[in-house]
Design a protein around this ligand. Structure first.
Ligand code: SF4
Length: 406
């Protein structure tokens, strides 16, 4: 947390009125007093329309009535993970039913299928440093000719580029050296901050058995990515035991990192979804109001230029309220692979999503895994610029055809 944020904690002792707090946060964004931001994220349901109106209006002024998505293939290079988060159905131990490290032929098959379906993003999403926990996995890596997961991921990224797909990797907490290895073969990297709350690491809490969910480690990686000029995706996960104020703290920390390095290309506000096979199976899902409140506060503290995203497959009945709250992006949507992190939640059909957006007064269009504002020499490796230009051109031509058809 920055000195500015520390200073905010000694602000006015009285609880500000919602209207005053809203006015100041609209004017000052992340520089507003912490108590003002808290007043918004704690607001009552009857104040929600005003909060969403302010956030949606800010999005409209900067982004217009326009929302994007990325057409992707989801490649879970390995679902082995050394952490055990209480909400995770993705991770496996070696030998568990469903434990899976993708072989080269599987990766190639999915890449070919994805390209045939018009995908442009290859999302490499995997567990955190399984080689530090599982000797059998180290043997698997050795058979594949690698000593580290990141070495194998880098090879998978090269395969994706050869198949004309743009890699975006989320492989958990990475060192500076690992990010330097991935930067030439990734248009962007990702790591959800998730939460800034150290309480969630305590016994009985969802991150107790997840050393990589230590907030300081995640903040440090996001900052290091900024120093390396890597376009970065991060965000918060709500409903895992954090308080509303802790949600606001996490959003302000992201705003602070972006103010320092300018590399945060999008911020995801993701909601916890209970599943039968997780330790948190009986924990209630956050409701649509809480999600909308968090999105609105994210929009207001991160500003009108930030790309704010919520996952449509986790909220199929609430898309319109999420649009009102200030999102301008739906993230990756795959016509070929499921969401392995939330396998029960089917991706929306893109034409149906476009219809929902249109009914709310928005146009929907495709984007790449690097936003246009980051496709420039200081953020994009020179070896990737031709691919970005070519695939961006395909999207532009498609949009032109759609516009002509209307
Ligand atoms: S959420 Fe990520 S870090 Fe946590 S157990 Fe699942 S795969 Fe591992």
């Amino acid at each position: 947390m920055s000195l500015d944020q520390d200073r905010r904690t000694v602000g006015p002792p009285s609880v500000p009125s919602f209207n005053d707090a809203l006015r100041r946060v609209v004017e000052q964004g992340a520089q507003a007093a912490l108590e003002d931001v808290y007043a918004l994220i704690r607001c009552r349901d009857d104040a929600l329309p005003d909060l969403l109106g302010a956030a949606g209006g800010l999005r409209d002024r900067h982004k217009g009535r326009h929302v994007t998505y990325s057409r992707k293939v989801f490649l879970p290079i390995t679902n082995l993970c050394r952490d055990r988060c209480g909400y995770c159905t993705f991770r496996k131990d070696p030998g568990d039913p469903g434990a899976w490290t993708m072989r080269r032929d599987e990766i190639l098959d999915w890449l070919a299928h994805a390209r045939a379906q018009g995908c442009k993003e290859a999302l490499m999403c995997l567990g955190d440093t399984p080689e530090t926990a599982f000797p059998t996995y180290r043997a698997t890596l050795a058979e594949l000719g690698h000593e580290s997961t990141i070495g194998y991921v880098r090879e998978a990224c090269e395969m994706a580029l050869a198949a004309d797909l743009l890699p975006h990797t989320n492989a958990g907490v990475l060192s500076r050296e690992e990010m330097e290895r991935l930067r030439p073969v990734n248009v962007s990297l990702g790591l959800m901050l998730e939460s800034l709350s150290p309480r969630l690491r305590a016994r009985g809490m969802p991150h107790h058995h997840a050393p990589d969910k230590e907030p300081a480690r995640r903040l440090a990686m996001i900052a290091e990515a900024g120093r390396l000029r890597i376009p970065f995706t991060t965000g918060v996960l709500i409903g895992i035991g954090e308080t509303p104020e802790e949600r606001a703290d996490a959003l302000l920390a992201i705003a602070d990192l972006h103010a320092r390095y300018g590399h945060v290309q999008e911020v995801i506000v993701q909601n916890f979804r209970a599943k039968d096979d997780i330790p948190m199976a009986s924990v209630p899902d956050p409701n649509a109001g809480d999600l909308a409140r968090t999105i609105a506060v994210a929009r207001l503290v991160l500003g009108g230029e930030m790309n704010v995203q919520a996952p449509p497959n986790l909220n199929p009945d609430d898309l319109r309220v999420l649009l009102r709250a200030g999102v301008n992006d739906w993230g990756g949507i795959s016509p070929v692979t499921r969401d392995y992190v939330n396998p029960e939640a089917a991706w929306p059909q893109i034409p149906a999503l476009a219809d929902t957006c249109r009914a709310e007064g928005f146009t929907l269009s495709e984007r790449l895994a690097i936003y246009p504002e980051y496709a420039r020499p200081d953020f994009l490796d020179p070896g990737l610029s031709a691919s970005v230009e070519r695939l961006g051109g395909l999207i532009a031509r498609k949009d032109t055809h759609v516009a002509a058809a209307h």
